[in-house]
Ligand binder design. Structure first.
Ligand SMILES: Cc1cc2nc3c(=O)[nH]c(=O)nc-3n(C[C@H](O)[C@H](O)[C@H](O)COP(=O)(O)OP(=O)(O)OC[C@H]3O[C@@H](n4cnc5c(N)ncnc54)[C@H](O)[C@@H]3O)c2cc1C
Ligand code: SF4
Ligand code: SF4
Ligand code: SF4
Length: 504
């Protein structure tokens, strides 16, 4: 299937990554905006020589799903330079990584503003130039010829390319694979709104006042309640929480994103980057010592190259569990559901002359019920996706052990898991704990993901078989008063060893 056929069959398949336009040897592909303001490739038949390179390079057309047998290591991170952290959206991980590349004489590519505050990918060669790339811009960034420029730079120097997961996938397909001089850093991606919408919005705000600076994630009121702040040349400024602002509301509820964002193919485990950066949402509950409301990054480590870079940074880091990091951040793994008003919104937007008025009209509607519905849909999709991956991860462990214990809290549970992991190589550790409603919950060491087991010998035996449980460790002082578990322990025929918490 060719890219044009793919797009006419389903526009949502094209992420607008621009790999096809960059690879075309005849410059026959132009990225043209549609009525929603998103760019799609259009082929000029007079220039095209039917070489097929665009089709062979398109990451969507050549997509194959990955089935990982492990979860990546995840870190919460804070840049020790407070000024950099203040101007970064999360914990400033992007700048820490970029500085390593700049110090070695390399170049950093990322999304920046042009002189009109339109968003496009650009290069930074110096610490000062990095400023324009710092901070999230909630708009689809234009790639132009950046993949070609990356390819050319890689011949003589190291390059950090940062962007959305679909852009990192586009670059890798364009290059034909990885390159030893290249570090790819993508972001957890909620989705990217229409550039036309953004341009209408700042066009309206900038009509009376010249815009000097835009910050989508101002931390004046703290990281957890980010503000969209716009500063004007006449000293005035506009500041509003993202969730209340006209543009911000349409973005958060899923009205204004590109169709491909609601069917995204490039989230974990299907990304192509060395590292993924995001906000460590929920950090207060799983690593409170890394929370001070000034911004904490979460970093997903995908490759040895990513690890080598991460180890060289000055970031203050703490390893956290994969499940903890994604449970408040479904955008890491699942395409976010669209607001049910999306179709109507763009139908009005594309036909009514006063675009800002359309945005205002939809943003003023009470969307609390829709937001709740979207959030529940996202959560369900996340759980399903996690279960699928967890099932695959389990397959890799040849020998699992089951610990029956009653850890008092998460900390004790963690110590237990780590103790057994360290002492018995290559095992999956399952910790069971009764919860008194006829169920036993079982936690997996690699993800801290709970799943419920009904307390009957049948179900428990099936569990032992399915997860290839090879041995059972029972805490000596165990308070499992369920006869079913006792019966199961006796009947399952597996070696049982006892231990006390103090032995660890
Ligand atoms: C559209 C969008 C949606 C996001 N959704 C989520 C989310 O749901 N959950 C979450 O945890 N994090 C999300 N993020 C990521 C988060 O906002 C931070 O960008 C990320 O944590 C890096 O922060 P930092 O402090 O390390 O560095 P910063 O300096 O704040 O980050 C800058 C980095 O973001 C890149 N970037 C900025 N704007 C764009 C853009 N429009 N397109 C491509 N790359 C861009 C730059 O190239 C640079 O790499 C999103 C970012 C964007 C741009
Ligand atoms: S087939 Fe070749 S020449 Fe034609 S648009 Fe695609 S890449 Fe360009
Ligand atoms: S290469 Fe990217 S922009 Fe081109 S058709 Fe494929 S997804 Fe769309
Ligand atoms: S959600 Fe997916 S398709 Fe949309 S911009 Fe992000 S990575 Fe690309």
């Amino acid at each position: 299937m060719k890219i044009e056929e793919m797009i006419s069959a389903n526009r949502a398949d094209c992420s607008g990554c621009e790999a096809c336009a960059n690879v075309c040897p005849k410059n026959a592909i132009e990225m043209r905006r549609d009525a929603e303001g998103f760019a799609y490739p259009t082929i000029n038949r007079e220039l095209c020589v039917s070489c097929g390179k665009c089709d062979a390079t398109c990451p969507a057309l050549n997509f194959t799903k990955k089935f990982p047998d492990t979860f990546p290591k995840v870190f919460a991170a804070i840049n020790p330079d407070e000024k950099i952290r203040r101007h970064s959206s999360s914990g400033g991980a992007f700048t820490a990584l970029s500085e390593l590349v700049l110090q070695s004489g390399g170049v950093v590519f990322g999304a920046g503003f042009d002189e009109n505050f339109h968003v496009k990918h650009t290069a930074a060669h110096t610490h000062d130039e990095l400023e324009n790339l710092r901070g999230s811009k909630y708009v689809q960034s234009k790639i132009d010829d950046v993949y070609r420029r990356v390819r050319d730079m890689l011949k003589s120097t190291s390059v950090l390319f940062s962007g959305t997961p679909c852009q990192c996938a586009g670059l890798k397909k364009f290059l034909g694979g990885d390159n030893e001089n290249l570090l790819t850093v993508d972001i957890i991606c909620h989705g990217t709104p229409s550039p036309a919408l953004w341009e209408n919005y700042i066009g309206e705000l900038g009509y009376a006042h010249e815009i000097r600076h835009v910050n989508f994630r101002s931390k004046r009121k703290g990281w957890a309640t980010s503000q969209l702040e716009i500063n004007f040349a006449d000293q005035g400024h506009s500041i509003c929480p993202v969730y209340k602002d006209i543009y911000g509301k349409l973005f958060l509820s899923g009205v204004s994103e590109r169709p491909s964002c609601h069917a995204c193919k490039f989230k974990f485990p299907n990304g192509q980057s060395d590292l993924t950066l995001g906000d460590a949402w929920g950090i207060q509950s799983f690593a409170p010592e890394m929370f001070d409301n000034r911004g904490t990054s979460v970093i997903f480590l995908h490759t040895p190259k990513g690890k080598a870079f991460l180890e060289l940074t000055t970031l203050k880091m703490r390893q956290v569990k994969f499940f903890d990091a994604v449970k408040s951040n479904p955008a890491m793994m699942v395409p976010l559901a669209a607001d049910v008003r999306r179709g109507n919104f763009f139908a009005h937007y594309s036909t009514i002359a006063d675009k800002f008025a359309v945005m205002q009209y939809y943003a003023q509607q009470d969307d609390s019920a829709i937001r709740k519905q979207v959030s529940e849909q996202n959560h369900r999709a996340l759980m399903q996706s996690l279960q699928e991956i967890a099932a695959n991860v389990r397959q890799k462990f040849e020998r699992n052990i089951l610990i029956l214990a009653t850890p008092r809290d998460e900390r004790e549970q963690k110590i237990l898991g780590e103790y057994f992991e360290q002492n018995i190589p290559n095992v999956g550790v399952y910790i069971m704990r009764p919860v008194g409603n006829g169920k036993i919950f079982c936690t997996e060491n690699f993800s801290s993901m709970d799943f419920a087991l009904n307390e009957t010998p049948d179900v428990l035996s099936a569990f032992a078989k399915q997860f290839r449980v090879a041995a059972i460790f029972v805490e000596r002082s165990i308070k499992f008063d369920s006869p079913v578990v006792v019966e199961w322990l006796k009947s399952c025929g597996l070696p049982i060893q006892t231990f006390t918490m103090s032995q660890k």
